[in-house]
Write a protein that binds this ligand. Sequence first.
Ligand SMILES: [Zn+2]
Ligand SMILES: [Zn+2]
Length: 470
Amino acid sequence: MADSSAATDEPATLKRCSTCGTEKALNGDNFAKRGDSTDGWRASCRVCNNEYYKRWRVRQTSPQDPESEPVEPTPDEVETGLFQELANFGTQIERACLDAVLQEGSIEGAARVLGLEPGQVRAHLSELQRRAATRGFATGHDSIHPLPAGFMLRGISTQYDGDGNVISKWVKSKDAPGDHKLAMLMDAMAERDTWSRLADPVPLPEQPLDADLLNVIPIGDAHIGMLSWQSETNNNFDLKIAEHNLCAAVDQLAGLAPPAKQALVVNLGDWVHADGRGNTTTAGTLVDVDGRWAKIVAVAIRVLRRIVDRCLETHDHVKLVNVIGNHDANTSVLLSMCLAQFYEREPRVTVDTSPSKFHWHRFGKNLIGITHGDTVKFKDLPEIMACDRPQDWGETEHRVWLCGHVHHSTVREVRGCTVETFRTLAPGDAWHVGQGYRSGRDQKLIVLHREWGEIQRYTVGVRRVCDGDR
Ligand SMILES: [Zn+2]
Ligand SMILES: [Zn+2]
């Protein structure tokens, strides 16, 4: 029955507000028009929109630092899924905060659900937005085209026509500088299965530990990320093999070692093969690399964490020294800072963050000097020790240098001091093999006694490391 006069009695079309969830009659009183939306109306009702703009105005006039305040999603951004896309840039906790804010409709509500303080939720969201923005994704500024990994935003040029409509946008990027690389390292570390960015303190080992013993694990040049192809070099080596071998070797050694109270884990330098996205050493020599730098750095951090965690299972205290190598002069410094922050609330771990080429460790009558070996002649190291640590030199009897760089095993007895270089678990790359370099591959653990010096050492060869899984 067609009756045009009955039009006013028809039930009104309803629309659910995407912010408050209330169904309201779809008319100009309840919703504002929006030309580019599917139904021609805004997703949120006028009440919610007004609320949002009221809060936005308060934020604009409040004396708080606007930089540190997260930009709350506009109803439109929620409607179009734009705000949700921020999750692509987030760590687990940040994604949880984002979801909770969307679910609860406010930061306070999200904080309640997550059991956090509102300030913590705000901090996580600002951090997420900051990171997304450095990758070219800033919802509040109409920039929604993320940049590839390793790049950061330099600027955006927008061309408008006479009516103020956008004609084109020019997104300018640049190679990520050092401080941004640090942020990338921190992000790689934060990508963990727990809610915190820091390691949780681990319970002490139950067995009685000998305070007179120190287990030293000098890890020869790991060269994580190096690629070696069997047909060319007789050995396959890549990111996966590096990670497996390093973790397995320390696991096996920690199982063999006596119950010493302290462990000294030494990365003897060249922990990563290439010092950045250019696939070169620090000085710029092109090297064979397995994968993207950010991926390699994530593995480099993870392996160090696993090694320290494994040592924490059987020692009361673990000290980590990351030596600067010629392959990774920048990355090694950042690694130490990352690891130091990661173990910030673990009192049983110390990370030596000194940016010096020389590191020292004193244990009773033992004095240990540590350096990569690329900048000094090995025969000069004893004098450097005497010069730099005169008091320790005088008070100790067993003085040793632990060095890397040459990838093979040597022990030089010099007056008052022994200089030892260590093998590595990594094989030679195509260039080194082509040059005729050959050396055995193993990982050692040296047991020092507080009074008597070295009393024992354990070696796991690369074959044993690989066979260990069988
Ligand atoms: Zn080296
Ligand atoms: Zn090396």
